[in-house]
Write a protein that binds this ligand. Structure first.
Ligand code: ZN
Length: 313
């Protein structure tokens, strides 16, 4: 005899659940999904209170905890957001209030998890990614509408300790970035030089006799990138540098050689006017895409600070 996945009681031979228990589980999933859709449609603080009440009152199988319902709700978030947007999801079609609510939704429902699931670090990384995606989309939306953007991460010592140029302000911070550089040593009397066109990809001139020995060096210290409206700062434990947008000749996504799609992109390459090249390894395709997109807007001089409304004292 086996036991039912949903209620833990004995089932007949060759069955791992009772049909009634499975049906109850399915209706639980549907109820969570409905609650999430309603909350996102309403997008106000009250909607989150109502969602919590709805989750608390769902008739669910014994094996499903309240935290399980929260995890279902978090998992269903993407589907509900896609439903709320008419076309494919870009934050451009969401209002500032909707974006603020979607971020609050993830943060609030995550805070209801008690205890945290074993894979909580992975979940935090995923939700952080979704939040960043919305924030970048909102920033781009403001730029396109000519609204100007707020200074990001005020009070973050990493961002505030920089002596910005007059008129310069931070736009986005990306954590956990590594710099990759190529070190090439040419062996004497061997063939023509090879040029690095992308990390791991070389173009050799002349006859291929001998070899240029090139090694890619990834900095062991991860650091952070700060994009401003005028350039980028990179800083890690041992190194800090600034590259103004005017020095950047070309910026490209960096994809792994076996998968040249933006989806697989994991970094960005900058070609500088002085012939130098930097590869930045970022944690995710989305971060690289967002950074390259914002960097191109910054280079075009399209990012300006939001006008501060006069305060009445
Ligand atoms: Zn059962």
């Amino acid at each position: 005899m086996a036991t039912c996945t949903y209620c833990g009681k004995k089932t007949g031979w060759f069955a791992d659940h009772h049909d009634a228990c499975f049906a109850q589980y399915q209706s639980t999933v549907a109820a969570v999904s409905k609650g999430v859709s309603e909350a996102i449609r309403k997008h106000n603080n009250e909607a989150l209170v109502q969602l919590k009440n709805a989750l608390n009152s769902i008739d669910k199988p014994a094996s499903v905890s309240f935290s399980d319902l929260c995890l279902m709700a978090l998992g269903d978030w993407q589907r509900a957001v896609d439903d709320a947007c008419c076309t494919d999801r870009t934050a451009l079609e969401l209002t500032a209030e909707q974006i603020a609510f979607l971020i609050l939704f993830l943060q609030t429902v995550f805070s209801w998890l008690q205890p945290l699931p074993p894979n909580f670090r992975e979940l935090i990384a995923r939700y952080h990614e979704q939040i960043m995606s919305l924030q970048v989309g909102d920033t781009i939306r403001r730029i396109c509408l000519g609204e100007g953007i707020d200074r990001l991460a005020m009070g973050d010592p990493k961002v505030d300790s920089i002596n910005y140029l007059p008129g310069e302000f931070p736009v986005i911070v990306v954590e956990n970035v590594r710099v990759e550089t190529a070190q090439t040593t040419y062996l004497r009397n061997y063939g023509g030089p090879s040029f690095r066109v992308a990390p791991g990809l070389y173009w050799r001139i002349g006859q291929s006799q001998g070899q240029a020995r090139t090694s890619l060096v990834v900095d062991e210290h991860a650091g952070h990138l700060i994009l401003t409206n005028m350039g980028i700062y990179y800083s890690n434990a041992t190194d800090t540098f600034y590259t103004p947008c005017t020095q950047i000749l070309k910026r490209v996504m960096w994809c792994p050689p076996n998968d040249l799609t933006p989806k697989a992109a994991i970094g960005m390459i900058l070609n500088l006017r002085n012939g130098k090249q930097f590869g930045f390894l970022m944690g995710s395709p989305h971060q690289s895409l967002a950074f390259v997109k914002l960097l191109s807007l910054s280079s075009a001089g399209l990012i300006h600070e939001k006008e501060q409304l006069p305060t009445s004292n």
